[in-house]
Design a protein. Structure first.
Length: 350
């Protein structure tokens, strides 16, 4: 899953804006258009993997149409393939150097890859090409923050091969204080909610215990029967429209003050993204629980490595059973060596 800021910055590249034979200012053969249509349908159903496949077919047939590369990039970012986004946007830029859409697409991908100087340059180029874009203030804010990070000498993303501490502390250090341990965790009973299965609560419980074990004693957990007594409260929902980002696998929101973390709320959907799709598998639920618990424990960003549980991607893209990696463990341990610093008081971690 992406951070809210990054995915919102990318909204300009919405594939649904194209018509059947005219894409942006380009005209494409009907055969290509059919793949574009399939890609758009997949993207509308949030089947980004399917959309990538269809848009790739379109690009293969009409490689000289910049809009098709931008469309492909727009769904690649949803699968966490940031290098792929850079590649496709660069192809679009080579074909049409002053296409603002390509520049607005490549910026967040550079940012996710920790290439901040390139991200700043891309955002500046976008503002130059589309000065009246309604999202301009967001791009300006992103530039300001990235420039401040560069100046402060803050570790850049992916600077340590053994952990991803730099990525999960991009807006401060949001670990819980030692005095709060053991953290009191409440898990709601979802009985009666369509799609909910009792095994989900067991998976959530197991996932908390796995993070506690991975933290090597730095995070401890006790389960409590009442929400009002909890530090972290976990609930279930079958209404994705209530999520900050409706296509997220789950949602975790920390409430913080200047002193430290006060509370965290985790909400996990118990219905699949595609209402007509297969029910959520235990493996996918396990991946979602581990990921959202990581956010609730203070990881506000994402790993750039697809095998880590804190990688920003839909869990349906994970090929293996969910399990914390050595890097997940090293990161939670390193995070809890640090002291709470909130540089963005109302940060949310979807
Ligand atoms: Zn996430």
């Amino acid at each position: 899953m992406l951070t809210a800021a990054v995915s919102l910055l990318f909204c300009a590249a919405c594939p649904a804006q194209n018509s059947v034979v005219k894409v942006g200012s380009s005209v494409i053969p009907e055969e290509t258009a059919r793949y574009v249509e399939v890609g758009e349908l997949c993207a509308a159903k949030r089947d980004y993997k399917g959309a990538v496949t269809a848009f790739r077919e379109a690009v293969k047939r009409s490689p000289d149409v910049p809009e098709l590369h931008v469309n492909l990039a727009g769904v690649l970012i949803r699968t966490g393939d940031y290098a792929g986004v850079v590649e496709e946007c660069n192809k679009a830029i080579a074909l049409r150097p002053n296409d603002p859409m390509a520049w607005s697409g490549i910026g967040p991908a550079y940012q996710m890859l920790g290439q901040n100087a390139k991200a700043i340059a891309a955002y500046k180029k976008f503002i130059e090409l589309a000065p009246k874009d309604p999202n301009r203030p967001r791009y300006e804010q992103a530039i300001k923050e990235l420039e401040a990070d560069l100046k402060s000498g803050k570790p850049q993303a992916d600077s340590d091969p053994n952990n991803y501490l730099a990525e999960v502390t991009f807006d401060g250090v949001h670990c819980w204080s030692k005095s709060k341990m053991p953290l009191k965790v409440y898990i709601a009973n979802g009985a009666g909610l369509a799609g909910y299965r009792p095994e989900f609560s067991e998976i959530m419980k197991k996932s908390f215990n796995e993070w506690a074990a991975a933290s090597n004693g730095k995070v401890s957990i006790v389960f409590v029967p009442n929400k009002k007594d909890s530090d972290i409260s976990c609930g279930w929902s079958n209404d994705r429209s209530k999520f900050v980002l409706s296509d997220e696998a789950g949602q975790s929101i920390q409430t913080t003050t200047d002193e430290g973390v006060l509370h965290a709320d985790i909400t996990i959907p118990c219905v699949p993204q595609d209402p007509a799709g297969d029910p959520i598998t235990p493996e996918a639920m396990h991946g979602t629980c581990l990921h959202e618990i990581g956010h609730a424990l203070g990881m506000h960003g994402h790993s750039l490595h697809p095998e880590d549980m804190m990688f920003a991607s839909d869990v349906s893209f994970r090929k293996s059973a969910a399990a914390l990696t050595k890097r997940d463990a090293a990161t939670i341990q390193a995070l809890y060596e640090l002291k709470f610093v909130d540089s963005k008081p109302k940060a949310k971690a979807p």
